[in-house]
Ligand binder design. Structure first.
Ligand code: ATP
Length: 356
């Protein structure tokens, strides 16, 4: 069993609380992403999980055993954890196969088993034909695959991946995303994937932990994060979400009537939503459109229109609130001059629980 239980975990650096009472339970075999803006504490969490750092408060349990606490720290090599960093750190003077088998050699695995496990691992990542190559003769994606195979050969029950695609170009990233999914299916390992790229996290993870300034602000399935953000930070961070001020929240079962710039709309809300005079609404770009004749919309002034191939991106400012910059997607062939006034219709929104 490789479930991970993190309880009230805090880490200080020079008096600053970099991780603040983080608590989460990662289920055995789950693929989770840790997502958050630069400097929020993602790598610190990974270093604590790996055993490179000791917490100031709280504990980490791996498979039911406390491995990190203020009093005791099981060293990294005793945690059965594999780690893949963004710089692949392959030994340049060793072949691909030797790179993959090196850790096994150090661990005293005999040469026959070493060969067998290295071969298997390389075949999982589709690199068995390049076993004798030197790392310098591989592409970035291939090197990252070798780094994955090296991890795999050690048969870890938990894999930590720290922005493993950060150095790859956009096409390779897509190919490697598939590779990670395949890898996860094959190994059944518990995967913890650190990234600041929310589309990568959405594509890969069963659940995403969003961290903001050292705090875990939401830990949910991608769909729930997207549709039901619990705070304004998550609403803005996930899927280019936009946030609108609304007034006069009147809850109905799992919905609410809210006033958007003086007009009533029915939107989604949590079951326990309260009557309140003001709130914030999470609205995705795809949930806004140009109003049709007869629609009840609000007015906006167009700032610019960008042709994006399958749609046109319309950036505009709400006439009733000039500080509010918004974006909607219109048909690709739409012809709207800048400074024009448009009417905008909202088709779907979510009343953010923790924002007034
Ligand atoms: N060894 C250290 N000593 C002092 N401060 C540190 C140390 N390591 C990290 N920090 C600080 O802790 C905070 C969190 O850093 P961390 O590297 O965990 O963030 P991150 O979310 O991984 O950021 P990024 O996405 O930019 O890599 C930052 O303010 C960083 O400057």
């Amino acid at each position: 069993m490789a479930d991970i239980v993190i309880s009230d975990l805090s880490k200080m650096y020079g008096g600053k609380r970099v991780l603040d009472r983080v608590a989460m339970h990662i289920v055995d075999g789950e693929f989770i992403a840790v997502l958050g803006p630069s400097g929020c504490g993602k790598t610190t969490l990974l270093r604590l999980l790996a055993g490179f750092e000791t917490p100031d408060e709280g504990t980490i349990q791996l498979g039911g055993r406390v491995v990190s606490s203020r009093e005791a720290n099981v060293p990294p090599e005793k945690r059965n954890i594999g780690i893949v960093f963004q710089n692949y750190a392959l030994w340049p003077h060793m072949s691909v196969a030797d790179n993959v088998g090196y850790a096994l050699k150090i661990a005293g695995v005999n040469s026959q088993e070493r060969l067998q496990r290295s071969r298997e691992a390389l075949s999982v990542v589709g690199m068995e034909n390049l076993a004798e190559r030197a790392p310098s003769d591989l592409s970035g994606g291939q090197r990252q695959r070798v780094a994955l195979a090296r991890c795999l050969a050690a048969k870890p029950s938990v894999m930590l991946l720290d922005e493993p695609l950060a150095n790859l170009d956009v096409h390779l990233r897509a190919a490697m995303e598939n590779e990670f999914v395949r890898f996860h299916r094959h190994t059944g390992a518990t995967m913890v994937y650190i990234t600041h790229d929310q589309s990568e996290a959405m594509a890969l993870a069963d659940r995403i932990a969003v961290i903001d300034r050292g705090r875990l602000v939401q830990f949910d399935r991608p769909r729930d994060l997207y549709r039901e953000p619990q705070s304004e930070m998550v609403a803005r961070f996930i899927g280019n979400g936009q946030v609108l001020p609304v007034r006069d929240v009147r809850p109905e079962a799992e919905a609410a009537i809210v006033s958007i710039f003086g007009k009533d709309h029915r939107v989604r809300a949590r079951r326990s939503e309260q009557v309140r005079s003001s709130a914030k609404l999470s609205v995705h770009t795809s949930a806004m459109r140009l109003a049709q004749p007869g629609d009840d919309g609000f007015a906006g002034k167009v700032e610019r229109v960008i042709y994006r191939g399958n749609h046109s991106q319309v950036d505009f400012i709400a006439t009733a609130d000039p500080a509010l910059q918004l974006t909607l997607h219109a048909p690709a062939d739409v012809a709207i001059p800048a400074d024009d006034t448009i009417q905008v219709c909202i088709r779907d929104g979510w009343v953010i629980p923790a924002a007034a």
